[in-house]
Design a protein around this ligand. Structure first.
Ligand code: HEC
Ligand code: HEC
Length: 155
């Protein structure tokens, strides 16, 4: 609080005579970063809805975008919330798992390319688990973060 007051005094002292024609950049353009909310250092599930959106923007997008684009730069040229959340994202819904993603049948994955499955299993899943601070799914830890947190299963 003291700092805050001090800076107001400082600004008032230095800025009071600034003419309206000041070259200070307009807030709209450059002020954007000032609006970035600071996220509390708690697990994802303890964040409220607005904080979850912020978390996705600040942490998930920058980490996951290269993982998708390095795998297929053309297909994932436009990497967005929609890539994972599907069409519902446009309506502000982000339910997971997302039935728009390819449906998985663990008994028969032959219709998928081996390199895609490896990319999912060795890059996408561990990276996302790490972002969410969740242990990964393993046969020993079936409650961990796995494929079915994003994908649904083939009926
Ligand atoms: C790489 C995939 C991926 C991308 C890209 C992504 N998300 Fe998510 N999102 C997830 C996963 C996985 C969860 C579920 C996390 C959990 O429940 O532990 C999630 C959960 C959420 C939730 C919480 C949903 C709920 O039911 O509480 C919100 C809100 C959300 N995402 C918003 C966004 C927004 C906004 C963007 C774009 C800025 C975005 N997400 C981009 C994977 C992604
Ligand atoms: C963080 C969310 C997330 C997790 C976890 C995840 N996936 Fe995916 N998966 C995606 C997204 C997003 C795509 C891209 C869908 C698209 O291209 O429209 C995808 C695509 C795929 C594809 C289709 C690849 C193609 O190009 O045809 C397969 C198969 C797949 N995932 C399998 C898996 C398997 C198996 C696991 C677990 C080892 C897994 N995924 C974990 C989000 C996830």
């Amino acid at each position: 609080m003291k700092r805050y007051l001090a800076s107001i005094v400082f600004l008032a002292a230095c800025g009071s005579k600034a003419a309206p024609t000041t070259t200070t950049p307009p807030t709209g353009e450059t002020g954007g970063s000032a609006a970035v909310a600071t996220l509390p250092d708690v697990p994802f599930e303890q964040l409220d809805q607005d904080q979850r959106v912020e978390f996705m923007k600040q942490k998930v997008m920058p980490a996951m975008k290269p993982i998708f684009q390095n795998h297929d730069a053309t297909k994932y040229a436009e990497f967005s919330c929609k890539t994972c959340h599907g069409e519902q994202a446009a309506q502000g819904h982000f339910d997971m798992p997302n039935a728009d993603l390819p449906k998985l049948n663990f008994g028969d994955m032959s219709k998928y390319k081996k390199e895609d499955l490896e990319w999912m299993g060795k890059e996408v899943k561990p990276a996302m688990a790490k972002l969410l601070s969740l242990p990964e799914f393993t046969p020993e830890n079936p409650k961990g973060f796995g494929c079915l947190h994003c994908h649904t299963q083939e009926q």
